[in-house]
Write a protein that binds this ligand. Structure first.
Ligand code: RIB
Length: 311
C-alpha cells in the first residue's frame, strides 16, 4: 500500500473569538481575544498528516479573493501537493467563525463558499494523482455528490477511504458510503447518522453497531475526553483512551486525530496503533490555541510524547 495520503475536502479561514460566554439574543458582549488562522476540516486533516511527515495530496477549492492565495501558499509551505487546489472565479473562500469558551469547548459556524464548487469532475481531473494514494480522506464540507463519487471511484480501485461525516448532514445516504473502509464520526455526528443517542461510550457503541448492521465496515467514534472507539462486525468494540491534558482550545482536535491516524495508518496499516497515535496527537493539539496552527511538527510531537513518558 502506498503511504501517500489523498484528501478531497474543504479549506476555510478560521475566525476564532475566545469568549467568556456566548451573548444572549440582543446582547452585545466584549470578548477577551480574537485570532485568525487557516482551517477547514479537509485542509486541517491534510496539514496534520503532513506535519507528521506524511506525503499528502489535497484536492480542494479556494475563492478568488484575498484569502485564496494565502491558503494555497500556506498549504504549499507545509509541503502539501497543491496541484489540485484551485481558485473558483467569482467565489468567496470558505470561512468559519469559531467561538471558544474558557473550558476550551468550541462552537463553529461554516460558510462553505468555494468548497461548494468541488465537483465530481474535479475529482476526475485529479484521478491520476489520487490513484497513487494508499488512503483517501473525505469530510462533508464539500458537495455530497463529490463524496459519493470519490467513494465509488476509490472502491473500484481498491483504495481505502476514511469518511469523516463532519459536519453531520441528515441527508447523507448511508447506502452510498458503504464502499468506505472507515466511517469516523464524533458523538454528535454519530447521533444524527444513527438517529440514536450517542452521549455515553455505551450508547456510542450501540449506535455504531446499527451502522455496522447496515453495512458500514468499520466505525471509529471519537469521544473527546473519553478517547475513541473502534466498532466492527467482528468481536467486541475496542477502546483507545484519551491522553489527559488541560485543554486550551479543542477546535480542530478531531481533525488532528484523523490526520495523525491517516499518516500512521498509511505507513503501517495498523488501525488500533493509528488510533492511539491520533489520540496522542489530538491531545497535544488542544494544549494550544487555533486549529492548524496548534498542530505540532514531528520534533514538537516527539517532545510531547517524551514529556508523557511514552518516548
Ligand atoms: O474541525 C474544525 C474545523 O471546522 C475548523 O477549522 C473550521 O474551519 C471548520 O471547518
Amino acid at each position: 500500500m502506498s503511504a501517500r495520503i489523498g484528501v478531497v475536502g474543504s479549506n476555510m479561514v478560521d475566525l476564532v473569538t475566545y469568549i467568556d460566554r456566548m451573548p444572549a439574543a440582543g446582547e452585545t458582549l466584549a470578548a477577551p481575544s480574537f485570532s485568525m488562522g487557516h482551517g477547514g476540516k479537509g485542509a486541517n486533516q491534510a496539514v496534520a498528516a503532513a506535519r507528521l511527515g506524511g506525503e499528502v495530496l489535497l484536492v480542494s477549492r479556494v475563492g478568488d479573493d484575498l484569502f485564496g492565495g494565502g491558503t494555497i501558499r500556506n498549504l504549499r509551505d507545509i509541503g502539501i501537493d497543491v496541484t489540485h487546489v484551485r481558485a473558483v472565479p467569482g467565489a468567496q473562500s470558505g470561512v468559519a467563525p469559531i467561538f471558544v469558551e474558557p473550558s476550551g469547548e468550541n462552537r463553529i459556524l461554516i460558510v462553505k463558499g468555494a468548497n461548494e464548487h468541488l465537483l465530481p469532475a474535479d475529482v476526475d481531473a485529479a484521478a491520476a494523482d489520487l490513484a497513487t494514494c494508499g488512503l483517501i480522506l473525505l469530510q462533508l464540507e464539500i458537495p455530497l455528490e463529490t463524496v459519493y463519487h470519490v467513494i465509488d471511484w476509490a472502491a473500484a480501485r481498491g483504495i481505502p477511504v476514511l469518511l469523516n461525516p463532519a459536519p453531520a448532514v441528515p441527508e447523507l445516504d448511508v447506502s452510498r458510503i458503504l464502499g468506505a473502509t472507515f466511517l469516523a464520526p464524533n458523538q454528535t455526528e454519530l447521533g444524527i447518522l444513527s438517529g440514536l443517542p450517542a452521549e455515553t461510550r455505551e450508547q456510542a457503541e450501540a449506535a455504531a453497531r446499527t451502522l455496522v448492521a447496515r453495512g458500514v465496515r468499520q466505525v471509529i467514534v471519537t469521544l473527546g475526553a473519553e478517547g475513541a472507539l473502534l466498532v466492527t462486525a467482528e468481536g467486541p468494540a475496542r477502546h483507545v483512551p484519551a491522553v489527559p491534558v488541560r485543554p486550551v482550545d479543542t477546535s480542530g482536535a478531531g481533525d488532528a486525530f484523523l490526520g495523525a491516524f491517516a499518516q500512521h495508518y498509511a505507513s503501517h496499516g495498523d488501525t488500533l496503533a493509528a488510533m492511539r497515535w491520533g489520540a496522542l496527537y489530538a491531545a497535544d493539539s488542544i494544549t494550544r490555541q487555533g486549529t492548524q496552527k496548534a498542530f505540532a511538527g514531528e520534533a514538537e510531537f516527539a517532545a510531547f510524547r517524551e514529556a508523557l513518558g511514552g518516548g
